[in-house]
Ligand binder design. Sequence first.
Ligand SMILES: C[S@@+](CC[C@H](N)C(=O)[O-])C[C@H]1O[C@@H](n2cnc3c(N)ncnc32)[C@H](O)[C@@H]1O
Length: 273
Amino acid sequence: MKGTERPSEALQTALRPLHPPPPGGAGGAAQPSPGSPVALRLHRAGSASATVRLTSVTDHLSSPDQRARHWENVHEGSSPDAVSWYQPEPVVSLELLDVLGVAPESAVIDIGGGASVLVDRLLARGFTDVTVLDISDAALRAGRQRVGSDPRVTWITEDLLSWEPARHYDLWHDRAAFHFLSGTEVDMYRNVLLRAVAPGGSVIMAAFAPDGPERCSGLPVTRYSADELGAVLESSFQVVEHRREVHTTPAGAAQPFTWIAARRSSPRHRRRA
Ligand SMILES: C[S@@+](CC[C@H](N)C(=O)[O-])C[C@H]1O[C@@H](n2cnc3c(N)ncnc32)[C@H](O)[C@@H]1O
């Protein structure tokens, strides 16, 4: 969808399948029956609606190809400010950044950052080393077009599960990417995180809360309490703060999130412990 084609309110459900939502749902996407295809109906101002058919989403996307195709279709089929996870300001992310005392000279990576404006806000705060990683090139294109060419930002199109970090980061930030993973993928995620986060570095993670939606973007998610999210990290991490946030989607639905902010001990501290 091009910049001038503003989506209608109807598109605010961009990632909601066409099936009717369950009564009394927590604002999550509707749940198609297993095996049924998921389609998104997009309404453009002044034009007929178009239906974008995603991969035939049955359940969890286990193959890297399926995952990449799904997310590329999602991002190509909607404008960044119409998706259910859109937030005009990354308020909790920035608050937790302050809680952790992450300084502007720190290297930050936004995992599954999509087209989020977190990168813009970090640059405005004087950060000079920001990386945004996402499986979808379309998502990163949208971010790049908004931010412009900026030597302070590195854009990486990769599936985080197969990504081999070539360096350390002082802050790993993930809002709403981790909760799509399940089973051994959680271990793969942890292994990548452990390789990427510098000793003494920090992690901010947000996932749907236990009373949050069961699905997002046509996919099942795992919902987490703060204890459960903290347990994903290794024992060298200490959760220093957790939050509950009720995100309001562009369509007005309430989506409870669990946030944690954790710090990794440096080897020196670990020896003392
Ligand atoms: C719900 S969106 C959240 C986007 C962004 N973090 C935000 O808060 O606006 C999830 C993002 O994770 C990305 N993603 C999903 N699976 C991924 C994977 N395996 N590797 C990298 N990115 C992934 C998607 O393309 C999407 O941009």
